[in-house]
Write a protein that binds this ligand. Structure first.
Ligand code: TA6
Length: 302
């Protein structure tokens, strides 16, 4: 099926009142509604762009200057960084954060689950384009479940004959009232690589706060993070499974201004808390084996 034919997708996978396919700029998106929450997912990259439970402010940051065009990941939501996180280890001509977030994913299933949650399942398999960048066979499935919580799961099956080494992240951009007022719990005592200080290895003492460019890979951590947001008056819990690293990123002023798709003051209203396997936590996946990376976003008040 042509992954960019909205009409045939609606005929085959649309579910009245729950899932419809529409054009957003140059991208085809799934508009989802489940148990009172709404979400938007771009078929390019399987990128969740928006998630908003009823009565809540948007949970994900999406830059107002995002491009919705083929070949470029919109700035925000949850880009899927796979099969490598960051620059390619040896070939600078290859895309940063791997190719999964800029490839066309195909729809394989849509369903309404118990309680009225909406589910969308997408797939991506190796082809000559991916094999030029990464010479291995693979099968990826990405499942997005929308309800009062957002759950995403990236399932990688190694269909190659070789063991592969993967770094990855679900690069979650959270929307906050004022980043400098937020407190991020869950990383106390963790070692991290500080990308703002030549990847120096440091130890986190207490919660994480943001008062400048912050780009840290926390290592060997499997615990959930909680972003306390006193301005909006809520906390966002980032639960994860299948991830041993957590990346915390805010570009702050200069870096944000250097990104033309980052609205000028957007950095004040976002923080990335990314569920990853990066650096020392790179993973190997044997032939025939599979790896699941799951993230669940939920909100708490008071
Ligand atoms: O996850 C943090 C990070 O690796 C930063 O260093 C910055 O590069 C960010 O990802 C965004 O990367 P992108 O390629 O989406 O602009």
């Amino acid at each position: 099926m042509d992954v960019y034919d909205g009409q045939s997708l609606n005929q085959r996978f649309g579910i009245d009142g729950h899932i419809a396919f529409a054009q957003r700029g140059g991208l085809l998106v799934a508009e989802m509604r489940g148990a009172g929450a709404v979400a938007t997912v771009a078929l390019q990259g399987g990128q969740v762009l928006e998630f908003q439970p009823s009565g809540e402010e948007p949970v994900l940051f999406l830059s107002s200057r995002s491009h919705f065009e083929i070949g470029k990941a919109p700035r925000g939501g949850i880009p899927i960084c796979w099969p490598w996180f960051g620059p390619h280890p040896s070939d600078p001509s290859l895309p940063q954060h791997g190719f999964a977030r800029i490839m066309p994913w195909s729809v394989v299933e849509t369903r309404v689950l118990e309680g009225g949650r909406a589910m969308l399942r997408l797939a991506l398999h190796d082809d000559e384009t991916t094999r030029q960048a990464w010479p291995y066979a693979f099968s990826l499935e990405y499942t997005v479940t929308v309800g009062p919580e957002l759950e995403v799961e990236l399932l990688h099956r190694n269909t190659d004959q070789a063991t592969v080494t993967i770094t990855n992240t679900l690069h979650t951009y959270l929307s906050v009232g004022a980043v400098e007022r937020c407190v991020i719990h869950g990383l106390d005592g963790c070692d991290y690589l500080d990308k703002v200080d030549a990847f120096a290895r440091k130890t986190q003492h207490g919660p994480v706060t943001i008062s400048g460019e912050t780009d840290r890979i926390y290592l060997g951590t499997t615990t959930p993070c909680v972003v306390e947001d006193p301005v909006i008056g809520r906390s966002i819990s980032v639960w994860k499974e299948g991830s041993r690293s957590t990346v915390v990123w805010n570009p702050w002023i200069e870096k944000a201004q250097a990104m033309e798709d980052f609205d000028p003051l957007g950095y004040l209203r976002m923080v990335c808390v990314e569920s990853a396997n990066a650096a020392d936590d790179a993973m190997t996946v044997a032939p025939g084996a599979e790896h699941r990376l799951r993230v669940r976003l939920s909100l708490q008040h008071g």
